[in-house]
Write a new protein. Structure first.
Length: 89
């Protein structure tokens, strides 16, 4: 039932639900889907999604390692107030 609720929220473009699904996909090792969910959530302003995208790009987790993209997402997360992103810059 919880998964059905999350999926309804994803279909409604709820940024938090998209971020949650992105993290779930990361845990499963489905990085392609994770990237899609997190990118969509970040586009809607989800700060956690921005931060997790920065980690994916900086580490090359499921994507080609790209410091420039990693730094961009980290800076965007920091500007939006993500405490760890701010600390890491």
């Amino acid at each position: 039932e919880a998964d059905a609720t999350i999926m309804k929220r994803v279909e409604a473009n709820d940024q938090v639900a998209l971020e949650v699904m992105g993290l779930r996909q990361c845990e499963k090792g489905d990085y392609g889907s994770a990237l899609e969910y997190l990118t969509e959530a970040a586009g809607l302003g989800d700060v956690e999604a921005l931060y997790h995208l920065s980690l994916m790009y900086r580490k090359g987790t499921g994507v080609e390692k790209d410091e420039k993209k990693g730094n961009y997402h980290a800076e965007e997360a920091a500007i939006a107030g993500h405490p760890t992103a701010r600390h890491n810059l």
